[in-house]
Design a protein around this ligand. Structure first.
Ligand SMILES: Nc1ncnc2c1ncn2[C@@H]1O[C@H](COP(=O)(O)OP(=O)(O)OP(=O)(O)O)[C@@H](O)[C@H]1O
Ligand SMILES: [Mg+2]
Length: 349
């Protein structure tokens, strides 16, 4: 990934470093800023530079010169076609759903999108990824709880459980989960005639506040997954490249299609992340099989991500992958595919 520092960015924009700093500080060109007591360093991946140009409708780099920073400029970063809901799924556990969902959500936020990250897994890993705490009796579970008791739920009720998370360069909202979510979700099966619609009902109440809603799903089939799929426009499949990964993928794919037919809600599988790829050749045969399946199913985006300890480090430090290294250049490779997917979706929306 090509990355520019302040001087290079200013040159590309044909503006002074002071003016470039202003544009970067306003996040009109999304960037990653590292501050220490003595200095500030700005990093702008080429991908984000091109994204800003495209959203702002600038044909040439020179046009940054006449860019006026006003409320209208920010509005251009809002989705033109309403909120998009994206789920990250696999029936298999430990493949990287949570890591990729959380980082994708963060990257969208970095791109000036208003993002809600919804944790539908009672393990609550995506709740803790950025929040660094447990949510007990203050999660999406409480909203389901109200619903199963046939109490009405308003936008205010949902907002009560949404947690804003502030980073140095962006902010996003989290609707956390907790261990007892699974039980409450299953309970809704016996309470409602159409239980799979219930997450959608919840999200509908707050949808207008967001450009993207990103859902992290549990590693199993069940109502939680069905609710997530029903609420989604897009599904991204996350997999590893091991024996049986392809079988698992076919299984999930069938389940998605069946549910779409049963519920009359078409959800599009539009990407596959093949994660945790090790250097050895063992993986290549599985990667090929997964990529072939994706092509046959008309899945447009196939990304590969290497096995890297940075994932665990970023999770332990509660910092997005793209942010946690002080010196970012050359080290962002591991976060590139998630950023690429975010840019792609942000431009489409
Ligand atoms: N590319 C990678 N390289 C190395 N470790 C990774 C990679 N991606 C994820 N991990 C690690 O693997 C573990 C499982 O990842 P994660 O929690 O994202 O998977 P998951 O599919 O959400 O799991 P679950 O099914 O339990 O919800 C975590 O410790 C994470 O840091
Ligand atoms: Mg997970």
């Amino acid at each position: 990934m090509e990355i520019f520092k302040l001087g290079e960015t200013a040159k590309k924009m044909h503006v002074s470093p002071e003016r470039a700093k202003e544009i970067l500080d306003e996040n009109i060109v999304p960037n990653i800023k590292k501050s220490s007591s003595s200095r500030e360093t700005y990093y702008v991946p080429q991908m984000m530079f091109d994204y800003a140009k495209s959203v702002l409708g600038l044909e040439k780099d020179k046009e940054f010169k006449k860019l006026v920073i006003e409320p209208e400029t920010y509005r251009r970063f809002r989705n033109r076609n309403g909120t998009k809901v994206v789920s990250f799924s696999n029936l298999k556990g430990g493949v990287g759903k949570t890591s990729i969902a959380a980082n994708f959500a963060y990257d969208l936020a970095l791109l000036n999108k208003r993002v809600l990250l919804v944790d539908m897994d009672s393990q609550a890993n995506s709740s803790r990824y950025f929040a660094n705490r447990y949510f007990v009796n203050e999660s999406i579970k409480n909203i389901f709880d109200r619903m199963t008791r046939k109490e009405s739920v308003s936008a205010d009720d949902v907002n009560e459980y949404i947690v804003p998370i502030e980073f140095e360069n962006a902010e996003l909202d989290l609707l956390p989960s907790e261990l007892s979510l699974g039980r409450i979700v299953e309970l809704s099966r016996s309470v409602f005639t159409l239980p799979h619609k219930k997450l959608n009902d919840i999200l509908k109440l707050v949808k207008e506040n967001y450009d993207f809603i990103v859902i992290d799903t549990p590693p199993s089939t069940g109502l939680s997954l069905h609710m997530s799929l029903y609420a989604s426009d897009l599904v991204s499949i996350v997999t590893d490249a091991e024996d049986f990964s392809v079988n698992g993928l076919n299984e999930l794919y069938l389940e998605i299609k069946e549910l779409a037919e049963e519920t009359d809600h078409d959800v599009k599988v539009d990407s596959v992340f093949i994660n945790k790829i090790k250097k050895s050749n063992i993986h290549s045969v599985y990667i090929e099989a997964i990529a072939e399946m994706a092509v046959n199913e008309g899945i447009e985006n196939v990304y590969t991500i290497k096995d890297s300890t940075r994932f665990k480090e970023s999770q332990n430090l509660h910092i997005p992958l793209i942010e946690y290294k002080k010196e970012l250049e050359k080290k962002l490779v591991i976060a590139e595919s998630m950023l690429e997917y975010a840019v792609d979706k942000a431009l489409e929306a």
